[in-house]
Design a protein around this ligand. Structure first.
Ligand SMILES: [Zn+2]
Length: 316
């Protein structure tokens, strides 16, 4: 394939993330008519025969794993925020993150709690552990838009993970004035211990050590997202892994990637199937497991609960 990757030392050949992207969706999507049990069998067979596996994971995987952002998990944990800002804005953890908190004390009161619940407190979820068990014996790599750190917790090595959109455990300059991110878990711990009336003490508000401005969560939500040294190294490792897989039987195991940001995992995976005749796609998705009809037997799209699918594939 066309991706050219090199070490980041050579600035001229620096990894350009846009090369991983593709805005071209398939034109021939179908829901496969194959019965569920047969699809599970096909997926298990593809994985068994694979020389390498590339896992592509989106929000649907964490939801299936139990880290859902709405319902009781939200209303129980964010009761005082819902009362203060209104239930029309505070509908779930996804929407609440976009609330325009009027002060830094209130912004960090919210985000420290959000990060704690989704990044710090949960152990590896059983579903993530099962995904790890499924691929650990083969050369593998994870490309994910998830920011909850579950792949590391489940046992995947840092060398085999490229988390493109950030991490709830880190903060950065709000304006991205310098290419560095900061571990914020200790800070969030203190905020959680001292939060009162949806505010944290002013003394705990982080400031950028370079420009003195505000800090923000290390999440890709605007043009100021910081791609630090670790991010570029992970991007380079991902590119190198793709090249190593070129002539091998490679399975792209896509888990819970919908159409919110399909240009990072979903469409590029489809492109790679077109470019490599020996590669195949397993797409697990609760509602959106459509696959290009032209892929034929090289794709299995299972429209069902991911946790159930993984369990059944693992048992075969
Ligand atoms: Zn700054």
């Amino acid at each position: 394939m066309a991706i050219r990757i090199s070490g980041r030392k050579n600035e001229a050949e620096k990894v350009d993330f846009s090369r991983f992207l593709s805005g071209i969706p398939a034109r021939d999507y179908i829901f496969q008519a194959t019965p569920y049990e047969e699809q599970i069998r096909q997926a298990a067979e593809l994985l068994k025969d694979a020389d390498a596996v590339i896992v592509g994971a989106g929000a649907g995987l964490s939801t299936a794993a139990g880290l859902n952002y709405g319902g009781r998990r939200f209303t129980d944990n964010f009761k005082e925020f819902i009362e203060k800002y209104g239930s029309q804005y505070m509908t779930d953890m996804y929407s609440a993150g976009f609330y325009p908190f009027p002060t830094e004390e209130e912004k960090w009161a919210y985000w420290s709690k959000h990060a704690w619940l989704n990044r710090v407190e949960p152990d590896a979820m059983p579903l993530y552990r099962k995904v790890y068990d499924m691929v650990k014996e083969k050369p593998h790599f994870v490309l994910t838009t998830n920011v909850d750190h579950q792949f590391w917790k489940a046992g995947f090595s840092d060398e085999n993970i490229f988390a493109t959109q950030g991490d709830y455990g880190e903060i950065q300059c709000e304006k991205g004035c310098h290419p560095k991110v900061y571990d914020a878990i200790e800070l969030f711990r203190k905020m959680n211990e001292t939060r009162k009336d949806c505010r944290i003490p002013s003394a705990l508000v982080p400031k950028c050590p370079v420009c003195g401005g505000n800090m923000a969560m290390h999440l890709r939500c605007d043009q100021y997202f910081v791609e630090d040294e670790h991010w570029h190294e992970a991007a380079a490792r991902y590119g190198a892994f793709l090249e190593e897989c070129a002539g091998k039987r490679t399975v792209l195991l896509e888990l819970g990637v919908g159409f919110n940001t399909p240009t990072i995992i979903r469409f590029p995976f489809e492109n790679m199937i077109r470019e490599h005749s020996g590669w195949s796609l397993i797409r697990l998705n609760l509602n959106e497991a459509v696959v290009p009809e032209s892929f034929g037997k090289r794709s299995v799209g299972i429209n069902a609960d991911i946790a159930g699918c993984i369990e059944e594939i693992s048992c075969l």
